[in-house]
Design a protein around this ligand. Structure first.
Ligand code: BGC
Ligand code: BGC
Length: 777
């Protein structure tokens, strides 16, 4: 192999930023699809498009001499979860509750088969984190806070995905390569901050966070992904002691080590475009989604000038090739010619869904039952709560899109919402069911099931300051109270990635079930809630808490239910002692990443209208308001609800005008920028602007970066509400320092402007109607 071919082999690009032609030209060893990437830029692309793209990348990789087949990695973290129609298993926190390693192995096997249908051969799973602070937005990706419980699952999941360690070649059977992540101590960061710093001792590092890596090695995991996070102040991806000395030398890991998404760029002295430190620390493959081209060039230079020893490069390449050899990639032929490929009927196959439904049943944890459960299915059942008929919500993050947002039930063919599962169950027994999210029933029910809880999130977007449910997600508690007051027994079902302080719901309801993030098979919940026709329970609860449940919203507060707690029907009804409803923490009420909502700036943010140079600023507190010497007016207009938006009518003036949302203190949006997060503005163009409109951000109170051209805004249909998405990356590319943002939103023009604004927040492209191209002015 030439040195160019070797360097290419250790670089992985994202399918959203690379073409088959690039793969051939740069000899890239691997591609991935990040959470927001899909064939042709379509996250929801049909399964056959994924397979066709796999063939295209493979063909390109085989055009070099020597021909080295490419390997495609995907986040199949709860089933083949990027693919429409695939079986979605409960997220790991729910599987941790099930205490069933045999089930885990079956889930791994099914996931591998469904991956093979669309032509990939590698999953970035299982996550073997041991979360110690559930304020962390990734806690649900971990099985448990208990290292022994996590460790008891790891071997099963790896055997399910890869087969027993002796299996070779993997692709001859229903297998893929696995990856244990995120090495090491991703679940130990201070305050549960994603990508943060773990300050734990070496002993704790080994005994708690290292524990799952022992069964991972014993079961021959093919790859290990390093964590974005640090240990004692130094990023893991540059830590030679941990990656080479411990993992490879002491633990005898023979596979390859891949970094996380541009994580190398966070290592001291590195950027996304260059990081010899990581290669020298023992990284064998760089996940360089959009930075691969620059990284390839710098790495090649660094090998040529000896910064990265040739022996190190050879070792990395050898490790990558060894995994490819073990997969049988060299003899497997193109993806569509392999076993299972193109057998689309296997995606969400009935037998696969049955296992997912079993997993749901086994993961449910009963925290309270004063005797209302099991319900009689011959009754009239009210299903209420905002989460009852929402498959995206019950599936959580890492579902079709990165954040699991921007989806509705039509994106989940073959799946069953909790509501539909309940309806089917009672209908089969001769009962009836009624769906009324706000609890306003048409026919008086014999009992009500109220489904509430968290909405989807992934990674740092899910970090929270305390163990509270956001205020607007607590509204179903009032529904429970209303139903109780009417004498109707209430069963609360909570959809959540983590235990939260919900004493109010626990007090209000007669029974309380934690469903975690059950995935596509909502019928598994009904299986447990209803008795058979003869009154006996159809199934008993077997789920037990995978981590302690808090009595207050403080992370270090007292425990309400210990690790391992969970009632069963065999226990019979249990008396209930009312709990304190004092969370013991200040109610932050903050929707992180929301700057402006329903016409109002969020706490600590202001809305201003000013001249382009910042002169003559009008800080809008009450409306109507007039500014810029009378040429700008701001009034309230209606969007989703009355007066939930602000309209800006600004006449052209010599000094231009800018509408801006700003704050005194800067926020750091660098992780969001790396993570493909967008600024989403919900707005309405009320008249065509008379001159070009641009958008920019401000850093530390001053302009930063070149303004972006916004032809998309000027082209919006007049008088219609649209969500405009602007990738944060665009601002960074235009020169803004996204670590110090004081104004995330600024629209300016030299001409007239007539727009209405209802919301400005961070989010994903899935939620945008129009996505701005990044053209600097
Ligand atoms: C996540 C990983 C994931 C990777 C690829 C990263 O941001 O931390 O868990 O495998 O992206 O999507
Ligand atoms: C990607 C994810 C990745 C994340 C990193 C997103 O844009 O889609 O796969 O995990 O960025 O923060």
């Amino acid at each position: 192999m030439s040195v160019e071919q070797k360097v290419g082999q250790i670089i992985q690009a994202d399918i959203g930023s690379v073409t088959p032609r690039d793969v051939r030209e740069y000899h890239l060893g691997s591609v991935l699809n990040g959470g927001n990437s899909g064939p042709g830029g379509n996250d929801l692309a049909p399964a056959r498009d994924w397979l066709a793209l796999a063939d295209a990348f493979y063909a390109a990789s085989m055009e070099s001499t020597p021909a080295i087949p490419i390997m495609w990695g995907t986040d199949a973290v709860h089933g083949h979860s990027n693919i429409v129609g695939a079986t979605l298993f409960p997220h790991n926190v729910g599987l941790g509750a099930a205490r069933d390693p045999g089930l885990i192995e079956r889930i791994g096997r099914i996931t591998a088969i469904e991956i093979r249908v669309t032509g990939q051969e590698w999953t970035f799973a299982p996550t073997v984190t041991v979360p110690q602070d559930y304020r962390w937005g990734r806690a649900y990706e971990g099985y448990s806070s208990d290292p022994a419980l996590v460790a008891s699952y790891v071997g099963s999941m790896i055997r399910g995905l890869q087969g027993p360690p002796s299996t070779a070649p993997l692709l001859a059977g229903p297998h893929v390569a696995a990856s244990t992540k995120h090495f090491l101590a991703d679940g130990a960061t201070v305050d549960g901050k994603d990508q943060g710093d773990a300050t734990v001792s070496e002993l704790e590092l080994r005994l708690v966070h290292g524990a799952p890596y022992i069964p991972a090695m014993e079961n021959g995991v093919a790859t290990v992904m390093t964590s974005f996070s640090s240990w004692q102040g130094a990023k893991i991806s540059g830590n030679k002691g941990l990656v080479t000395d411990i993992l490879k030398d002491r633990m005898n890991f023979g596979g390859f080590v891949v970094t996380d998404w541009n994580a190398h760029g966070q290592v001291a002295g590195c950027s996304n475009a260059s990081c010899p430190v990581a290669a020298n620390a023992g990284i064998d493959m760089f996940m360089a989604p959009d930075s691969w081209r620059a990284l390839y060039a710098s790495t090649l230079t660094q090998v040529k000038d000896g910064t990265i020893p040739m022996a190190r490069l050879d070792d990395a390449v050898l490790r990558v090739l060894r995994v490819k050899q073990r997969l049988g990639l060299f003899d497997a032929g193109k993806p569509s010619a392999r076993a299972y490929s193109g057998r689309y009927e296997l995606l969400g196959a009935p037998g696969h869904r049955a296992v997912a439904r079993e997993a749901v049943r086994k993961s449910l944890v009963l925290l309270k039952n004063t005797g209302v459960l099991p319900l009689r299915p011959q009754a009239h059942i009210l299903v209420a709560g905002d989460g009852a008929d929402d498959i995206a919500r019950q599936s959580g993050g890492w579902t079709l899109s990165w954040q699991g947002t921007g989806l509705d039930n039509s994106n989940f063919p073959g799946a069953t919402s909790l509501w539909r599962g309940i309806k089917q169950n009672v209908a089969a027994a001769g009962g009836s069911a009624e769906l009324a999210p706000d609890g306003d029933y048409k026919k008086r029910p014999d009992a009500a099931i109220v489904v509430f809880g968290e909405t989807p999130y992934a990674e740092f977007q899910g970090d929270i300051p305390s163990l509270q449910l956001r205020p607007e997600l607590r509204r179903p508690f009032a529904t429970m109270r209303k139903l109780k007051a009417a004498g109707i027994p209430v069963v609360a079902v909570m959809i959540t990635g983590r235990p939260l302080f919900v004493n109010e719901a626990l007090n209000e309801a007669d029974a309380f079930v934690t469903a975690w993030l059950p995935g596509s098979e909502g019928g598994g919940v009904a299986d447990l809630l209803f008795a058979r026709k003869n009154g006996s329970a159809a199934f008993d609860f077997q789920g037990r808490l995978p981590t302690a449940w808090p009595a207050t919203a403080g992370h270090d507060g007292p425990t309400l239910f210990p690790f391992g707690y969970g009632l069963t029907y065999a226990d019979g009804p249990q008396p209930w002692k009312m709990l304190s409803q004092d969370s013991q923490v200040a109610d932050d009420g903050s929707g992180g990443g929301v700057y402006f909502d329903k016409g109002r700036a969020a706490a600590s943010w202001s809305l201003t209208v000013s001249e382009a140079d910042g002169g003559d600023p009008l800080r809008v507190t009450t409306v109507p308001a007039t500014g810029l010497s009378g040429r700008a007016t701001v009034t309230a207009v209606d969007h989703t609800v009355q007066e939930s938006a602000r309209q800006f009518v600004i006449a052209a003036g010599p000094d231009g005008a800018a509408v801006e949302i700003n704050a005194q203190n800067a926020v750091d949006l660098s992780r969001e920028t790396n993570g493909d997060v967008m600024l989403l503005a919900t707005l309405r163009l009320d008249a065509a602007p008379s001159a070009p409109v641009s958008m920019s951000v401000r850093c530390d109170g001053a302009d930063c970066g070149r303004p972006l051209h916004l032809p998309e805004l000027a082209a919006l249909p007049l008088g219609q509400w649209r969500v405009l998405g602007v990738p944060l990356k665009c601002f960074a590319a235009a020169g803004a320092d996204t670590t110090r943002i004081t104004a995330p939103f600024r629209v300016s023009t030299d001409g007239s402007l007539n727009i209405s604004l209802s919301r400005v927040a961070l989010g994903s492209g899935m939620e945008a109607d129009v996505i701005a191209k990044c053209e600097p002015d």
